[in-house]
Design a protein around this ligand. Structure first.
Ligand SMILES: [Zn+2]
Ligand SMILES: [Zn+2]
Length: 417
């Protein structure tokens, strides 16, 4: 085994650093910004693949159960109404709500399914020491789609819906809800057990970029953002990672311009998202719109204060904080500020972490509207506010994805040169 020190560029601040001693078990953090550079676990590679495969197969079985039964089952005035996750998506699409339908499909069904089937495609042959075709490309997709899988947020949305619906009728316990809960734990277990270094080393024979020379200048070296292979950045054109085919660039292209564009669009849509009703409830000839804040007040006054606070944080605090942090990062980076670079990088990591929770209101609205379509008694429709709010969530996620935190540190490097 090579005893050469590992060379890693930090994905958050860009610093090239040599790690002379890799611990057998534990985490290696960046010496400048505290980002996690490597997670190393003392697991035998063979055990890891076999263990992961067992988890993935179990999760897929639970996934099928969760999607075969209704997630909400309610008895209202002699009517029994129920909806599955597929039913929620189907309802949105038949109402021509393609954006919300597509968003719920991606985050609650498509992303987890691609994640699990992609892993099955790689791990099943790998367990018998066979590398499946296009394994690197499939694993790249699995890693990219993971951030769009939001089952834990769906779960919170379903719980909020159940609390709201309990005032309308009698809830019947649903198998699918428990299956989704189990699925969340299994996927979290898979993600914490997955050792990407081991998987990359098993599916690809490339251990180092062949274009990389020992004398390479540090500014021409970067780790592939997807598979972490140390690569040479071509000087005059955009290169690709020899292992996973991801585009290679020193900094995300047009990061500031793209982040600003997404952010401005999100700020503009944030206004109708909060002013327009997210859902319209029609009952006995009387229609009433409910805004996001109205829904939170309803939850609070109907006795569920803790849930009201959770939804308030997810739907009001998180999007506002995200918009403020991204604006602050853009302005300070534009003016080449050297103020608190470490804390600003931490703020960036926070925006990446919390953004998904704002989806909770979309899941609440979609599931309640799909369920309550009892003509002559009560009908719930998705309001314009929900579409604007969904767009805000997607735009802020895209804004955070396009911002390159290494730009925060670039001025320091220029000053020190
Ligand atoms: Zn760093
Ligand atoms: Zn790569």
């Amino acid at each position: 085994m090579s005893q050469r020190p590992a060379v890693i560029t930090c994905h958050d601040c860009g610093l090239l650093q040599k790690i002379s001693h890799l611990p057998e078990d534990g985490t290696v953090t960046c010496s400048r910004c505290d980002a996690t550079l490597r997670k190393i676990e003392r697991i035998k590679p063979a055990d890891n693949i076999e263990h992961l495969l067992a988890l993935v197969i179990t999760a897929l079985v639970i996934f099928i159960i969760a999607n075969s039964f209704p997630v909400i089952d309610l008895q209202v005035a002699g009517h029994e109404v129920e909806t599955s996750l597929y039913g929620i998506i189907h309802y949105l699409l038949t109402r021509s709500d393609y954006f919300l339908g597509g968003l719920v499909f991606l985050t609650a069904l498509g992303a987890p399914l691609i994640q699990l089937t992609g892993l099955l495609y790689i791990l099943l042959p790998l367990n018998s020491n066979v590398i499946p075709p296009f394994a690197a490309q499939v694993y790249r997709v699995v890693r990219l789609i993971t951030q769009w899988s939001m089952l834990e947020v769906l779960m919170l949305g379903l719980i909020v819906s159940l609390v709201k619906l309990s005032a309308m009728g009698t809830l019947i316990p649903s198998v699918a809800l428990f299956a989704f809960l189990a699925l969340i734990f299994f996927i979290a277990d898979i993600l914490s057990n997955i050792n990407s270094e081991i998987i990359w080393s098993k599916i690809s024979t490339i251990k180092q970029d062949p274009r990389l020379k020992d004398s390479e200048r540090p500014e021409n070296i970067t780790n592939c953002h997807n598979c972490h292979l140390l690569c040479k950045i071509p000087e005059h054109h955009e290169g690709r990672c020899p292992r996973c085919d991801s585009p290679l660039h020193k900094r995300k292209p047009d990061s500031m311009a793209r982040c600003t564009a997404y952010l401005i669009a999100a700020v503009v849509l944030y206004i109708p998202a909060n002013l327009l009703p997210v859902m319209v409830v029609s009952s006995l000839g009387h229609s009433e719109g409910e805004t996001i804040m109205g829904g939170i007040i309803y939850l609070g006054t109907s006795g569920d204060m803790s849930l009201a606070i959770i939804v308030f944080v997810a739907s009001m605090v998180v999007p506002s904080i995200k918009l403020i942090i991204l604006t602050l990062l853009l302005i300070t980076t534009y003016f080449k500020s050297q103020w608190n670079m470490k804390d600003r990088t931490r703020l960036y990591r926070l925006t990446e972490l919390i953004g998904r929770w704002s989806m909770v209101d979309i899941f609440v609205t979609a599931s309640m509207a799909a369920l309550i379509q009892i003509q002559g008694l009560a009908v719930i429709e998705v309001g314009g506010g929900a579409i604007a709010f969904g767009a805000v969530v997607v735009l802020t996620i895209l804004a955070a994805m396009s911002f390159d935190p290494r730009l925060i540190w670039d001025n320091l490097e220029k000053k020190n040169e």
